[in-house]
Write a protein that binds this ligand. Sequence first.
Ligand code: ADP
Length: 327
Amino acid sequence: MAKKVSRIGVLTSGGDAPGMNAAIRAVVRTGIYHGLEVYGVMRGYQGMIEEDIVRMEGRSVANIIQRGGTILKTARCKDFYEVEGRKKAYANLRKKGIDGLVIIGGDGSFRGAVAFSQEFDIPCIGIAGTIDKDIYGSDFTIGFDTAVNTAIQAIDKIRDTMDAHDRIFIIEVMGRDAGYIALHSGIATGAENILIPERKTNIKDIIESLQEKERRKKLVNLIVVAEGDDFGGAYEIQKILQENLPKAEIRVAILGHIQRGGSPSAIDRLIASRMGYHAVECLMEGRHNVFVGILNNKMHYIPLEKAVKNKGNIGGEWMKIVKILAS
Ligand code: ADP
C-alpha cells in the first residue's frame, strides 16, 4: 500500500511560462478538496533550500488564473545540483512535514526532481510548464500555446510593414534547443522559411530561392528562425543573405521575452487546470516520480526520467507542407 500524503508542496522552477498560475491554483484547490495541507515553495528549488515555504489556502490562489508569470516566483538554483543542497532541501521539507511535491517546470526541473527522488523518499509529481514544448510524452506543455499566439500577433504586424515595403524579414523566436515555437508560429503566419535546431538549415537553398524571387521582382519573404538554429540566429542569417543579395532590404526582428509573458490562452488555462488536478490525484493514489502528460486527450503518467531522456520528433511532414503552401 502506498503511503498516504497529508501535506504537499508546490513549486515553479526554471523558465516561467504563462499558465503556471492556473496550475498552482489547481494544485492548491484540489489538495484542499482532499483535506491536504498545501504549501507553496518560493523561487523553485531555492526556496526548498532556504526554507522559504508558505502555507496556501484556497483564497491564496484567488484571481490568478488569468495572470502570466508565477505567484510563487521561479529561479535557477545552483545549489540543487549538489547533493549537499538537496540534503538541505529535504531536511526543510521534513521539518514542515511535507510528504509530497508537485513540481511545475521544464526538463531541467524534472532532472532536478529525478536526482532528488533517487536520494530521498518524498514522491515528486511533475507538471510540464515550458513555452518550448520540448518535453517528450505530452502533446501539451503549459505556456506553449500562449507563446505561439504572442509570436503570431507580433509576426502578423511585422508582415504588414514587410509587405508594404517589399522586404525580407527574419524574425527570431525563442527556442534554444527546440523549434516548436518557430514551427507553429511560422506555419500560422505563412512564413516562407522556418529554421529550427532539429533540422539542418540549407542556406544555399534559401539563397537560391530568394535570388529567383529577385529575378521575378517579387522579393518579399518571411523567415522565422528559432534562436538555437544550427546556422545561428537571425543576425547570422541576415549577414549571409545580404552578402548574396546585395540589393535586397533585409530586416531582423527578435521577439525575445514578450513570448514568455502575458495572460495565458484558453488552452493553457485548461491544460494547467487539468494537469494540476491530476498531479494531486497522482499523489493521493500513491504514484511517484512521474509527470502528468496529455496524449490524444487522455491523461498519461510518464516516468520523470523518460521525459528528460527523450525528445520528440519535429518537422517532417510539416516542413513539406510549409514548402508547398509558401510557393
Ligand atoms: P527548466 O526547468 O525550465 O528546464 P533549468 O534547466 O534551469 O530550467 O532547471 C531548473 C532548475 O532545476 C535548475 O536551476 C536546478 O536547480 C535544477 N536542476 C536542473 N538539472 C538538474 C540536475 N541534473 N540535478 C539537480 N538539479 C537540477
